[in-house]
Design a protein around this ligand. Structure first.
Ligand code: NAD
Ligand code: UGA
Length: 453
């Protein structure tokens, strides 16, 4: 079986690596229009960092897994085509700031229509608004040479940092298809791919629209839990409660469950905000303003949490950070990834720069060039120094802020950190990973999120 994946990003790369490893009779070709990205996939320095990914790519590349810029050739050869291109928030025209920009999806569909020389199964893996399959179908039907295209929805639920683990052992795989015979045959073909390593009872099949909508809904529910616990964190600080204790107390209720209740400086990542805004847009489009407003609050609470964190830093630092060296520990949007898209660290750093702070930034995986790009500054900007260790960043600093929950930041030698800092030495833990009483015993003025005591 020939599988082609269009889009060699955070989803396309890892997902196809696992399919290539697990699906013995498949030849998998991942294509992209970005030459540099494909060159990196073919090198020893992969374009994304993801635990366990290197090993699989090394083992499968050139055997069952190929990376190429020949999009047309891969389309011609393929029986199944996965669409894994980006669907960012629109920045222009109708729906700007909310709706998903489907230009990459549309150009991919047009490319498939132009190059296909036979029947194909087309799998939407990108996250898209409900009823996008209809658009793809129309483009294919009106511009191709009369071949049969079966469109399936197969949203991806992996989380970055644990992508390989999530792919190897998913909670579920969701496949939506048309209910006619051709549609069901296509669904069965894709079920067959996943059944190579996933139990059949974990492979859920639905109609197209349920599958498309389930992806946006899953992300909205996950982000809503974080905004809910973050809202409670503000109340904890005002009342003397401890948000981690509250999370544990409510999480033992099996109806609520313990996962995804870690209060933080705010959720980041390329998808939560964009997908909720897309949901908000869809609700408004379908005439449901109250529903739209309900989901919009999840994003508003996240904005509030990031701002609240920065404001607390400034207030604690005697209402001014101007000219002060502040160590930023962690820049990625979560641990075990080099991805910084929508990272809370970007927002906190930008706000601190507006207050004329001097930032000394350390992240174990994010390259300096990414940090300069994200902050919109030149490498020679005197206000920002990129450091190669947390100790270097905190040296002579007035304050340190932990913005990513990297394991190494929880286990630093904080006596050493304290010795290097100016006094009073402030530490703001935006991830609740350090032992605040122990740090206070060393001498830090240490504060967490939702730690009212
Ligand atoms: P990404 O930006 O890392 O990768 C997308 C790739 O598509 C880019 O390399 C781009 O060059 C390529 N591309 C765009 N147009 C193309 C075309 N016409 N032909 C060939 N290649 C083209 O994006 P991503 O993070 O992998 O996300 C992809 C989709 O998956 C999005 O819809 C996202 O919402 C969804 N998703 C992402 C995650 C995640 O953890 N990142 C998880 C689940 C779902
Ligand atoms: C999320 C979902 O978890 C995936 O199921 C989904 O496939 C993906 O979005 C997507 O559609 O892109 P991801 O963004 O990679 O995955 O990572 P998460 O683990 O969900 O973390 C998102 C953000 O929330 C991070 O900034 C993380 O630090 C934060 N978070 C997470 C918290 O602040 N508290 C928590 O309890 C959990």
């Amino acid at each position: 079986m020939n599988i082609c994946c269009i889009g060699a990003g955070y989803v396309g790369g890892p997902t196809m690596a696992v399919i290539a490893q697990k699906c013995e009779d498949a030849k998998v070709t991942v294509v992209d229009i970005n030459d540099a990205r494909i060159a990196a996939w073919n090198s020893d320095d992969l374009p994304i960092f993801e635990p366990g990914l290197d090993e699989i790519v090394q083992a499968e590349r050139g055997k069952s897994l190929f990376f190429s810029t020949d999009v047309a050739g891969a389309i011609k050869e393929a029986d199944i085509i996965f669409i894994c291109v980006g669907t960012p928030t629109k920045t222009y025209g109708v729906g700007a700031g909310q709706a998903a920009d489907l230009k990459y999806i549309e150009s991919t569909a047009r490319m498939i229509a132009k190059e296909a020389e036979g029947d194909k199964i087309i799998v939407e893996k990108s996250t898209i608004p409900v009823r996008t399959a209809e658009t793809i179908q129309r483009i294919l039907e009106s511009t191709s040479g009369g071949y049969q295209f079966s469109i399936l929805s197969n949203p991806e639920f992996l989380a970055e940092g644990t992508a390989i683990r999530d792919l190897l052992n998913p909670d579920r795989v969701l496949i939506g298809g048309e209910t006619d015979e051709a549609g069901q045959q296509a669904v069965e073909a894709l079920v067959g791919v996943y059944a190579s390593w996933v139990d059949r009872e974990k492979i859920l099949t639905t109609n197209l629209w349920s599958s498309e909508l389930s992806k946006l809904t899953a992300n909205a529910f996950l982000a809503q839990r974080i905004s809910s616990i973050n809202a409670v964190s503000a109340l904890c600080e005002a009342t003397g409660a401890d948000v981690d204790e509250v999370a544990r107390a409510i999480g033992t209720d099996s109806r609520i469950g313990p996962k995804f209740l870690r209060s933080s400086v705010g959720f980041g990542g390329s998808c939560f905000q964009k997908d909720i805004l897309n949901l908000v847009y869809l609700c408004e489009y379908f005439g449901l303003p109250e529903v739209a407003e309900y989901w919009r609050q999840v994003v508003s609470m996240n904005d509030y949490q990031r701002k609240r964190f920065t404001r607390k830093m400034i207030t604690s630092l005697f209402n001014t950070v101007s000219g002060k060296r502040i160590a930023i520990l962690g820049f990625a949007f979560k641990k075990d990834t080099d991805d910084t898209r929508e990272s809370a660290a970007i927002y906190v750093c930008r706000d601190l720069l507006l207050e004329n702070a001097h930032l000394a930034i350390y992240d174990p995986k994010v390259p300096a060039s990414t940090i300069y790009r994200d902050l919109g500054i030149e490498p020679d900007d005197p206000r920002v120094e990129i450091c190669s260790t947390a100790y270097e960043a905190t040296q002579e600093a007035h304050a340190a802020a932990i913005l990513t929950e990297w394991d190494e930041l929880a286990t630093l030698d904080y006596e050493r950190v304290f010795a290097g800092m100016l006094k009073p030495a402030f530490l703001f833990d935006g991830r609740n990973i350090v032992d605040l009483p122990a740090l206070r015993a060393i001498g830090f003025d240490a504060q967490g999120i939702g730690k009212g005591g």
